[in-house]
Write a protein that binds this ligand. Structure first.
Ligand SMILES: [Zn+2]
Ligand SMILES: [Zn+2]
Length: 68
């Protein structure tokens, strides 16, 4: 669901450019704004088996939490 930005911001997608009022933008799953034409960062739920995010420390596994 896109809308026109009302304030200056910073694109959370790869482009890293500024968002200007009037730009067509949308929120990603983390509630961060990015330009409509920019690809949002991958959803954590779509990461491959090598990139499971630990729910305790939020690092990609394997992490220290697995060491017991
Ligand atoms: Zn962008
Ligand atoms: Zn962990």
């Amino acid at each position: 669901m896109s809308f026109r930005a009302m304030y200056d911001g910073h694109c959370a997608a790869e482009c890293g450019n500024r968002i200007h009022p009037g730009d067509e933008v949308e929120y990603d799953e983390d509630r961060k704004l990015h330009h409509l034409e920019c690809t949002p960062k991958p959803d954590p739920t779509t990461l491959g088996p090598q990139e499971i995010v630990c729910p305790d420390c939020w690092l990609v596994k394997p992490c220290r939490c697995d060491d017991d």
